[in-house]
Every structure is written in structure tokens, then in C-alpha cells.
Design a protein around this ligand. Structure first.
Ligand code: SF4
Length: 752
């Protein structure tokens, strides 16, 4: 590091954030006050004003997800150049507007010298002399690579290695575990806790992973800025609150009020670090560690696709397009990333690498070049005859106590064990026994909306509703299908509202699940084809129906009782303005149907609830029907329009049916008798009386759910009248995550 002292003050150092910290640490230890310029090339060189995302939303109608993806290109775009590419020209227009409005400021500084620290990537806009420097020498010490049987075995390898280091006398705060997955962390921390080994889990959590923040979002979007601010003020004074206040203070209240979604997006980007306690080993992400020569490093999951995470050619600009602005292609980027990591790994003296041989499929070791001796071995976990778990004796007591109480088997040491442990022994009682009144009131106050989905969940199993929506045990994480659903819904919304849409832009607006990003190219192809077909189907129906007025994403906000209101959004409402009828359409990726007999089911409420709510909010209109439109591509029947027919029910008035679908081809079951009359037993038609019954029953159901929640009825009660054919369990439990704590449920279903 001595060479740092010789660096001229006007120089620029291209470094990662951690190398920058390391250099600053060195300077402060040496009491040197050099004024060095640092730049992390993974960020933008030109400076963006904090209101950037708000500006793009208000001036260009660009959603914040997409505006984030645009940022990296602006450094490379020359506003005086004409590009033979529409997307780049579009980015150029945005850049000009950003500069004119001082949202982006050109960083024109000149540097006497540029230093590339530890193989950091050098952006093409830096020209002139660039010198490479390394913070540490590459080592010739061998590194150890252990190939483990599977993920679990890798966790045991790391745990045992930690024990070995400790037994060798390595200070605990010199042990670092890098690149563990979330699942590894769960298992590792359990092992460390049981063995009383202190650890610092230094992974940064998104602020959005905290229930208070999710609640704040809900209040901001549903009740407005003032309510959200009041909620924030009442939160307990902790780090989450401090972070939220900071982000609230970053933007003016007008900006937040005008674009609450952009503000939420800014919150979602915030991460909170964990504090390091003194004497403990550290578990951190690979990008977050600062190398110290005498410490020990256990690098996990060293296999292709995971380490490093590969960049794919699936961003806003494709690889062939980025070349027009000298931005690195994904191949170049991946190579630079590997070089950077290789440089870092070659410097670590005490390096222990591991990877599982198999994760669903066989893995391949990472393609990082290691220019140092490598000792490779296989690791298989073998159960040991010693334990680091202090709790084993406690477990022994629990078992012997059970044997004694149930089978009258009296172990010799039961008395001693009892004297030692009985005070700490608590029995697990696996059923819901009630909730304190004031706790319930407080939970309801914080969760006072009911959607169709929430009501269906309550009716499927009250306990499941309680854990999910009141205690918020299971925060929903998006997946590939929610991504596709979002894209298709947005496409249909824009198509109906504006007559056209930009599919590329919409696809970038939503986040494809990070861990499955390698599947994106395949899904992009499927979706593009899917959307083309569904667009034709929808346009065709809209052109032929006499229900000409369309409302999309129609908001529902209907008071139910003193505690709750019904909220939601209807995908589409079509209105016949001549005869004052309306029709509800819901887009579903799967193959949904609604039959009149479904009105007896408690868990098929969405369409009738929407119909009832819209009817209540629009008394001048009469309900004509409720339909599901399938939006997924059914490959085997592609091109045969029948598979895209809508499913559901409409009222049995021929005059209305002919206005809904004059072709009689777009809805399943739309067939007339030879004499032109309506068939008597069709499941697609309901009488006006039956439709009114459905509306009345739905309203009663809604009120009953609200009432029962208000009374605190959260018994474990899966429905027993419908059994899932695949799992042979109640349909309530099919996708429920709480099965492991549902002892009573098993009893209800006749199990243990
Ligand atoms: S597993 Fe079944 S019984 Fe248990 S909470 Fe879930 S839905 Fe209810």
C-alpha cells in the first residue's frame, strides 16, 4: 500500500467501494491527508439529482424500475451525435431533458492520472494513460477447494472448518464466511447458535422486508401522505424509523403526493446493514468484505451461474445496441467481473473455497482463474460422535419425560434431568386458543382492508388468514408468473387506454425474479408470442361487442362495517351505455371458470365480489355478467381461438347476450337452440333472480367474514367439502406454508 503515498492529488482511482474504504483506512492509520478522487465504475460518473425517478415519471411516463435501468447508459451517450437506433435516440432525448432541467450534471473534471485498482472495470469514456495498481500482492499460498455432496453438506463443511479454526487458535473475529445463500445462513446460524459460537450476520436487508414499511406503503397509497406521515411519527424510535424519516426528508411532500409509487420505489431500494458486534465471526456478501491479510476466508457456492452472477443480454439495450455507445456487452462485462474477482481471490492468503456438487442439477466450478496452487478434495458429512450442542441434554430430558408420561418408562437419570431442566421446559400447544382483545383491535386497525383474495383465504382457513394478513408471517414474494401476469395486465391496460403499448418498456418496468433471471430470454419469447395472440383476442372482442365503454383497473373502495372496507381493482368493466348494463372481466393466467354452482363455495368470491361492489358504486347500471379471460398461451391448441373463449356467467336475456357477444363465439357455452331460444340447462346463463341472489349472498358472505375477523375467530379450520385430487388434502392447505404447525388440521383430516 506504500505506493498510495506517492499518488498525485489530482488523480482518479477507479475502485470498488470496499477497496476505497481500505485505502482510506490506510491513509487514516498513516495520518496522511491526500485529497484523492475515487470513482466506482459500477455507478454513474455524471451526477443525478435525487429527484431523477420522479422527473422521468412526470415528463416521460417512465416507471421507476425502468428509469433505474436507464441510468447506466447516460455516461456513454453523446447528445451531439445522431444514432442509428430508436432506443438510443430516445435515451438521448431523455439525457438532454435531464441536463436542461439540471437533474443530471456533467462531471467535467480533468485528472492528471487514472489508476485502475485491483482490476476494476475501466469505462470506455476514460481515455489517456491508465495505470493498474493492486492493493495486495498475489499470494503463492495454496487455496483449498472442497467439493461437497450438496448444499447441506457444504454448510456442515463450513461449520466444521470454523470449529477447526477455533481449535487451532484462530481468533473468532478473524473468521469470515463469504457468499452464503439465504438458506445457508439459516442453517449456519442455527448450527452456530446451538454450538454457542457468536456470529455477525452482515447481510444487508431491504428496508421493504419489514412489516412497518409495508404497512406504511399501504397507508400512503390508500389513505394519502398525511396519514402515512402520522403513522411514521407513531412508530417506535428505531433504525427503521430513522431510515424512513431520512427518505421522507429527501423529497418534498408535493413530489411524494404526486407520485407516491415512485417514492415507494425509492424506499424499496434502501438497504439496512447490521451492526458488527466485537468478538464474533462474520457472514457477509462477497461484494461487502474488506480483505485483511491475517484473516481466514471461507468462500461458499463457488459454482458457475452463482459466482459471479452472470449478466445476460436482456437489458433495455441489447448487446448489439450497447456497442453503438461503447457500453460493455454482457460478455465483456462478465469477463471484467471475473478478472476483478480473480484478482481479489489471488490476493487472499488463507482462502478455503467450497461448492456443492449438486443443486437440483450437477454444478460446474466457477470459471475464475486462480493463479496459485490449488488443493482440491471431496467432502462428505459424516455424523460425529461428539457434539457442540449444549442443548442435547435438554432434548434428552424432553424425550425421557415424554416416555415416562406416555409409557411409564422411568429412565434412571430422569430425576437429575428434571431438576436441571424442568423450569425451562415449555410444552408446544399446537392449536389456536384465542387472541387478546386489545391486540386484535390493534391488528385490525393496522389491517383494515379486505380484498377478494383475503376473504377467500379466511374462508379457506381462518388460521391461515390470521398468520398471513394480521401477523404477516408470510410476506409474498413475486415469482415468474406474477411477473408475466403484471406484464400482460399492463399491456392490456395501456392498449385499452391509449390504443397502443411499448412491450419492451413494460417488460422492463417490472422486476423479473433475480434468482431466475437466466430464464428471462425464454420467457421473453413466450410472452411476446403470448401477448400478440391475447391482444388479437381482446381487440376482436372489443370490436364486436356493443358494450363499448371500457374502464380498466377500476378501483373498488366499499365500506363493509365499522372495521373494514373492501378494496381491489377490477381488470376491466365494459359498459353498454345504450341499455345501461355492465360486464366484469378478469384476466387470469391460468384456466379459471365461474359456474352458478360456485356461488355456494366460500372460496370463489372474486368475480361476484367485484360485480357486487361495482353495482353498489354505480346504481344506474345493471349487471349483465362476469367473465374470466385466460391470458396464457396454450401451446398445444395455439391458433384455435376456442381456447381463448371467456368463461363465466351472463344473464339469460337474449337481447343482452346479443349485445355482449353478437358473434356468439367469444364466450364458452354461448349456443342457442335451433329455434333461436336459450338452452335451459346451460351453466353459462343465469336468470336475473339468480344473479340478484348471487349478489345478495356475496354481500352476506363479505359481512360474515368481516364480522368473524372482528370477533377474533381464527380457528384452524380447513374446508372439508373440497379435497385436492393431487395431494388428497383439503384444498385449503394446498399452497399453505403453515402445514408444519397445523397439528389440529391433521386431526381434522383424519391423520395423526
Ligand atoms: S395448512 Fe391447512 S389447516 Fe393449516 S393453516 Fe394452512 S390451511 Fe389452515
Amino acid at each position: 500500500m506504500e505506493f498510495i503515498k506517492k499518488i498525485d492529488g489530482d488523480s482518479l482511482l477507479l475502485t470498488s467501494n470496499n477497496d476505497k474504504l481500505k485505502i482510506l483506512d490506510f491513509l487514516s492509520k498513516e495520518a496522511l491527508f491526500l485529497k484523492l478522487n475515487f470513482f466506482n465504475p459500477e455507478q454513474s460518473f455524471n451526477k443525478f439529482d435525487k429527484t431523477y425517478a420522479f422527473f422521468l415519471k412526470s415528463h416521460f411516463r417512465i416507471e421507476p424500475n425502468l428509469s433505474d435501468r436507464f441510468k447506466k447508459y447516460f455516461d456513454y451517450i453523446d447528445i451531439n451525435k445522431i444514432y442509428d437506433n430508436q432506443k438510443i435516440e430516445y435515451l438521448k432525448t431523455i439525457k438532454k431533458a435531464l441536463l436542461e432541467n439540471e437533474i443530471l450534471s456533467d462531471n467535467n473534471q480533468k485528472y492528471s492520472m487514472i489508476y485502475q485498482v485491483n482490476e476494476t472495470y475501466v469505462p470506455s469514456y476514460f481515455t489517456g494513460k491508465i495505470e493498474k495498481i493492486y492493493l495486495n500482492e498475489a499470494t503463492l499460498e495454496p487455496c483449498h477447494i472442497s467439493v461437497c455432496k450438496d448444499q447441506k453438506s457444504q454448510v456442515f463443511y463450513v461449520f466444521e472448518k470454523v470449529i477447526e479454526f477455533l481449535e487451532m487458535g484462530v481468533p473468532i473475529n478473524s473468521i469470515n464466511i463469504l457468499n452464503s445463500s439465504e438458506e445457508d445462513d439459516l442453517q449456519l446460524t442455527k448450527l452456530f447458535k446451538d454450538a454457542r459460537i457468536p456470529y455477525n450476520l452482515m447481510k444487508r436487508n431491504g428496508l421493504y422486508e419489514y412489516a412497518n414499511v409495508i404497512e406504511l406503503e399501504r397507508i400512503l397509497l390508500s389513505q394519502g401522505f398525511d396519514q402515512a406521515q402520522a403513522y411514521l411519527e407513531n412508530l417506535t424510535d428505531d433504525e427503521i424509523k430513522r431510515n424512513l424519516i431520512k427518505v421522507f426528508n429527501t423529497f418534498s411532500s408535493n413530489l411524494i403526493k404526486e407520485n407516491p409509487e415512485v417514492f415507494i420505489h425509492e424506499i424499496k431500494k434502501l438497504r439496512m446493514g447490521n451492526r458488527r458486534s466485537k468478538e464474533a465471526l462474520t457472514i457477509s456478501a462477497f461484494d461487502d468484505f474488506i480483505y485483511r491479510e491475517h484473516e481466514f476466508y471461507l468462500l461458499m457456492n463457488y459454482y458457475e451461474d452463482s459466482f459471479p452472477r452472470i449478466h445476460l443480454d436482456n437489458d433495455y439495450l441489447s448487446d448489439s445496441e450497447v456497442q453503438l455507445i461503447d457500453y460493455p456487452t454482457s460478455t465483456m462485462y462478465n469477463n471484467m467481473l471475473r478478472n476483478k474477482i480473480s484478482c481479489k481471490l489471488n490476493q487472499i492468503i488463507n482462502l478455503y473455497i467450497s461448492y456443492p456438487k449438486e443443486i437440483i442439477e450437477a454444478t460446474l466450478p466457477s470459471r475464475i482463474t486462480l493463479n496459485r496452487p490449488v488443493i482440491k478434495s471431496e467432502y462428505n458429512y459424516v455424523i460425529k460422535d461428539r457434539t457442540y450442542l449444549k442443548d442435547m441434554a435438554f432434548l434428552d430430558y424432553a424425550k425421557k419425560r415424554h416416555d415416562y408420561l406416555n409409557f411409564n418408562l422411568h429412565a434412571q437419570d430422569l430425576k437429575v434431568l428434571h431438576n436441571t431442566f424442568h423450569q425451562h421446559y415449555q410444552q408446544y400447544i399446537p392449536y389456536f386458543s384465542g387472541i387478546d382483545k386489545s391486540d386484535l383491535e390493534c391488528l385490525i386497525k393496522q389491517n383494515n382492508t379486505l380484498s377478494a383474495y383475503k376473504m377467500e383465504t379466511y374462508n379457506l382457513c381462518p388460521f391461515r388468514y390470521y398468520l398471513t394478513y394480521l401477523l404477516k408471517f408470510d410476506s409474498f414474494k413475486g415469482n415468474v408468473f406474477t411477473y408475466i401476469g403484471n406484464v400482460i395486465h399492463k399491456m392490456i391496460e395501456e392498449k385499452t387506454k391509449f390504443g397502443n403499448y411499448d412491450l419492451e418498456k413494460i417488460m422492463m418496468e417490472f422486476s423479473f425474479p433475480e434468482e431466475e433471471i437466466y430464464k428471462f430470454p425464454v420467457f421473453r419469447e413466450i410472452m411476446t408470442e403470448n401477448i400478440r395472440i391475447i391482444e388479437d383476442v381482446i381487440t376482436d372482442f372489443e370490436n364486436t361487442t356493443a358494450f363499448k365503454k371500457a374502464l380498466v383497473e377500476e378501483k373498488i373502495n366499499l365500506p363493509i362495517d365499522d372495521n373494514f372496507k373492501l378494496t381491489g381493482r377490477i381488470d376491466k368493466v365494459l359498459i353498454d351505455e345504450v341499455y345501461n348494463y355492465f360486464l366484469i372481466i378478469d384476466y387470469k393466467y391460468g384456466d379459471e371458470n365461474y359456474n352458478p354452482s360456485d356461488s355456494d363455495k366460500d372460496y370463489d368470491l372474486q368475480l361476484p365480489l367485484y360485480l357486487m361492489a361495482f353495482n353498489k358504486q354505480n346504481r344506474n347500471l345493471k349487471p349483465a355478467g362476469m367473465l374470466y379471460q385466460k391470458t396464457s398461451l396454450a401451446k398445444e391448441v395455439r391458433g384455435t381461438e376456442a381456447s381463448y373463449k371467456m368463461k363465466g356467467v351472463v344473464i339469460d336475456l337474449l337481447s343482452v347476450i346479443e349485445r355482449i357477444d353478437p358473434t356468439m363465439e367469444k364466450i364458452v357455452g354461448m349456443k342457442l337452440n335451433k329455434d333461436g331460444s336459450l338452452p335451459k340447462n346451460s351453466r353459462s346463463f343465469v336468470s336475473i333472480e339468480k344473479m340478484n341472489d348471487i349478489l345478495r349472498e356475496t354481500e352476506n358472505r363479505m359481512k360474515t367474514v368481516a364480522k368473524n375477523i372482528g370477533l377474533g375467530d381464527f380457528t384452524i379450520k380447513p374446508i372439508l367439502y373440497d379435497i385436492d385430487q393431487q395431494t388428497k388434502e383439503s384444498v385449503s392447505c394446498k399452497y399453505c406454508n403453515y402445514f408444519s404447525i397445523c397439528y389440529s388440521k391433521n386431526k381434522i383430516l383424519g391423520g395423526e
